[in-house]
Write a protein that binds this ligand. Structure first.
Ligand code: ZN
Ligand code: ZN
Length: 352
């Protein structure tokens, strides 16, 4: 056992620091060699913060104080002490000044102890380089998301939005702008841009065209600086749409992500198709579709006579293999898709 040089109380030797008991050490010597001051630099726009010369991803003020405090406290404590951990208790902020109570876990040669210290600090608000670049419109990458139809259904836009939220983490500094025609994403990180473009084109079978627009010549690097634009077009197809798939008239019965379930109207067979068929030319969307219902007046050996419900005009059609079961009194549909005519057995419920 040893005695504290200050208060004279008896302690096991390993509980003394430089001859002082922990209480006397805290009170008369203090854990700091010099007073810590926390100087924070935070971007007022995106809340990223400057730490050891580098802009870090946005965090809460508490976490920023903890990270900055850990560095500053270990610089300020007396030699022989070692910082183990730090907790931020409270923060009182007044304009650009703040004070905070920190619980500091320390290790001396043979013992560990904690102190609670009030530490002063300041916050300087300074725009980060990305926000400066953004506000001066010098983003380097632009992703334009557009659709093959002028008014895409809201569910498609919503699913693109949801997917973007998953794809781009909050810490990545990108600007997302919505307009009538689609969504624009401005950013200045080539790797993120490529990742977003690839994921979107995969998820929504979007077609990508890439272009580069030079903005100014960088004399230092000897290259043109500009904007890389990725234009993505997402095919818009909906349930109930009449399409032509591999030269057969089909109706879209279901649509899940990239997968389409088509009902082949001439064979009455369900087929699966992938959205990429839209770009390969296998799947065509007629720009004009007209449907007229006819009833079957008479069936002869090689021909069928049908009568339009609306105009009462008669039409004679060939008795094709897929029309063999047609009986007088049945209904057929005459579907004109881009001026190609198809006769399909069945009523309008087919198109639902
Ligand atoms: Zn003492
Ligand atoms: Zn910023």
């Amino acid at each position: 056992m040893r005695f504290c040089v200050r208060c004279g109380r008896e302690f096991p030797r390993e509980q003394l620091i430089r001859g002082y008991c922990i209480d006397c050490f805290k009170k008369y010597i203090g854990v700091f060699e010099h007073k810590p001051v926390l100087e924070l630099i935070i971007c007022p726009k995106c809340y990223s913060w400057l730490f050891r010369g580098e802009w870090r991803v946005p965090m809460s003020l508490k976490d920023i104080i903890k990270a900055t405090g850990t560095l500053e406290i270990s610089r300020c404590i007396r030699s022989g002490l070692q910082l183990i951990d730090l907790e931020v208790f409270d923060i009182t902020q007044k304009k650009s000044e703040f004070s905070t109570h920190l619980k500091i876990y320390l290790k001396a040669e043979n013992t560990t102890f904690t102190v609670i210290e009030e530490v002063q600090g300041s916050v300087e608000y300074r725009a980060c380089p990305r926000c400066i670049a953004r506000s001066s419109g010098t983003h380097t990458h632009l992703i334009q998301i557009r659709f093959t139809k002028k008014n895409p259904p809201p569910r498609l836009i919503e699913s693109v939005e949801r997917y973007l939220q998953k794809l781009i983490s909050q810490s990545e500094l990108v600007d997302i702008k919505y307009s009538d025609g689609g969504i624009d994403i401005e950013l200045d990180d080539a790797a993120i841009a490529r990742r977003v473009v690839q994921a979107l084109s995969h998820e929504f079978s979007a077609k990508i065209t890439t272009s580069f627009k030079a903005v100014r010549f960088d004399h230092r690097r000897g290259t043109w600086r500009g904007i890389v634009t990725y234009s993505l077009r997402i095919p818009v197809l909906e349930r109930g749409d009449v399409v032509i798939y591999r030269d057969s008239l089909c109706i879209i019965k279901d649509l899940r992500g990239n997968k389409l379930t088509l009902l082949n109207l001439s064979s009455n067979v369900y087929e699966e198709a992938h959205l990429t068929a839209y770009w390969s030319g296998d799947l065509k969307c007629p720009s004009r579709v007209e449907v007229e219902r006819y009833f079957v007046k008479s069936v002869e050996e090689d021909k069928i006579i049908i009568v339009s419900e609306s105009s009462r005009s008669e039409l004679t059609i060939k008795r094709r293999p897929d029309l063999l079961r047609i009986r007088p009194g049945d209904f057929v549909l005459l579907i004109k898709a881009d001026n190609i005519e198809y006769i399909v057995p069945g009523g309008l419920e087919l198109l639902r």
